[in-house]
Design a binder for this molecule. Structure first.
Ligand code: GLN
Length: 486
């Protein structure tokens, strides 16, 4: 048995029984990184064998009978969007290439409080703008199921690291699907919590009204463990919700008998890959066999979700990214020139193509004369979509959809066609517009062994119920995974 392939909760039980040590686990993960990283490129920064030293400390505690947290000493990867004190945080951008944060994000601080073992910072689309990790300023990440395919994005490095066993779990962020879609593309679990459930303090901002951090893990139980650690109120984030965090593990090992799962009848699956549709139908049958009732619901404005998001997100991005001027924030151009030229040159050299495009779109949509036609209109549609979800949740416990219309696509396949890339986010974006939680669970594999996920959406703050349904689904499906390509 390869330790790097096991979920955290199983390894924790094994080390408690003294069958293995935390050092064994970390050595297995490090060897795996040595073998695969030159091809996958999941990481932008690695802590190397320092994780062994941390693991040895935890083993001493176990030896002396002290209680240890499940995550203590366990190798976990963190998306390079989280500020980590003293450790470079690039956000996938040339602009922040040499940025070493003087403070720690709340998410990583919460992980530190239970003494997690940081393996490294993972690759991502620049400023989290993208769905394939191809927009990283530091090269693409490859999908461990097929090295010619993308790992999804923007948390692609986090997802490939977990799938390939380069880390046992990871944290990512999701603004329009960036946790759930890479989870689907890598055959792992990804959970986007309710907006406000997890603090955004210390996360590099993209679209602040959508950005939300969450776990990427090998199974649902690990997602519950990670969410428990990172969720909760934080006075540093004005949008953080001051509500109690339930015990997420209490939702494991429960049935779905009598629960209602909504099927959005307005969702057009005709443009989906046929294998995605048949896996989705099979997944619904599994939920039904497990005792859930499938109920039709309607989100009439869902067809406008992609257009709405791709107005609001660039608007917020254009404002958030205004701070990168080469003076207060970011790398300054070394070219000679006056103040204005220095700003222009720094921004020209610092930002990649996709980021520049979004800044331009956002600035245009917010400009006088266009504000009402674009931003205001988009916000109105967002409100409609939000209320349509709330209405639906009066009838159902959760909503099921595919995560993405396709399995992982080939590297380069969509880079020249941004619209195609954006349309791939059609099933994940609505949850961000509505602020509701969503989870992606492995649903099956295509004929060519590419993973496809099932998405479950829940009502505001009902992550527990999502964990319950996803855990029951995971056990009922009992998916046999093919071998990785690496
Ligand atoms: N793919 C979407 C975008 O490019 C979502 C990204 C994200 O969730 N960070 O904006």
């Amino acid at each position: 048995m390869n330790l790097y392939e096991q979920p955290v909760h199983i390894l924790h039980e094994m080390r408690k029984r003294k069958d293995i040590t935390t050092v064994d686990i970390c050595e297995s993960v490090l060897k795996r990184i040595e073998k695969t990283e030159s091809q996958l490129h999941s990481f932008l920064t690695l802590r190397g064998d320092r994780i062994i030293k941390d693991a040895a400390e935890v083993d001493k505690k176990i030896q002396s009978g002290d209680p240890v947290h499940e995550i203590e000493g366990m190798p976990v990867a963190v998306k390079d969007i989280f500020s980590t004190k003293g450790i470079t945080t690039t956000c996938g951008s040339q602009f922040l290439k040499d940025y070493v944060p003087p403070y720690e994000s709340t998410v990583t601080q919460n992980l530190q409080n239970v003494r997690y073992n940081l393996v490294g910072k993972t690759n991502m689309d620049e400023f989290a703008m993208g769905s394939s990790t191809e927009n990283s300023a530091f090269g693409v990440t490859r999908n461990p199921w097929n090295l010619d395919c993308v790992p999804g994005g923007s948390s692609g490095g986090s997802a490939s690291a977990v799938a390939a066993g380069q880390a046992l779990a990871a944290v990512g962020t999701d603004t329009g699907g960036s946790i759930r879609q890479p989870a689907s593309f890598n055959g792992i679990v990804g959970l986007k919590p309710t907006y406000g459930r997890v603090s955004r303090w210390g996360m590099v901002a993209f679209a602040s009204s959508f950005d939300q951090a969450g776990p990427l893990t090998r199974d649902v139980e690990d997602a519950a463990i990670l969410l428990q650690i990172i969720a909760g109120y934080d006075k540093h984030d004005a949008t953080s919700l001051k509500v109690e965090v339930p015990d997420y593990r209490a939702y494991l090992n429960k049935s779905v008998q009598g629960l209602k799962i909504g099927l959005i009848k307005d969702l057009d699956l005709s443009s989906c890959d046929p294998e995605v549709v048949s896996i989705f139908e099979n997944n619904l049958a599994v939920l039904k066999d497990a005792g859930a009732e499938i109920v039709d619901i309607s989100i009439p404005n869902i067809k406008h979700a992609v257009a709405t998001y791709y107005v609001i997100a660039p608007c917020e991005a254009s404002s958030n990214l205004g701070r990168y001027d080469g003076v207060r924030y970011g790398r300054r151009s070394t070219k000679k020139g006056n103040l204005i030229e220095m700003y222009e040159q720094s921004r020209d050299e610092g930002f990649g193509k996709e980021v520049k495009m979004r800044i331009l779109i956002g600035t245009f949509a917010l400009s006088a004369g266009y504000y009402d036609a674009y931003y205001l209109k988009a916000q109105k549609i967002q409100n409609l979509i939000r209320s349509q979800y709330y209405k639906a949740f009066q009838k159902v416990d959760a909503i099921a959809t595919p995560v993405a219309p396709t399995p992982p696509f080939r590297i380069g396949e969509k880079t020249d066609d941004p619209l195609q890339m954006y349309l791939g986010d059609a099933f994940t974006i609505p949850a961000n517009l509505a602020g509701i939680p969503g989870i992606s669970v492995p649903g099956g594999f295509t004929q060519s062994s590419l993973p496809v996920g099932l998405q479950l959406l829940g009502n505001h703050l009902e992550e527990g119920k999502l964990i319950q349904i996803a855990h029951c689904f995971e056990k009922s499906l009992n998916l046999e995974k093919p071998a990785l390509a690496i």
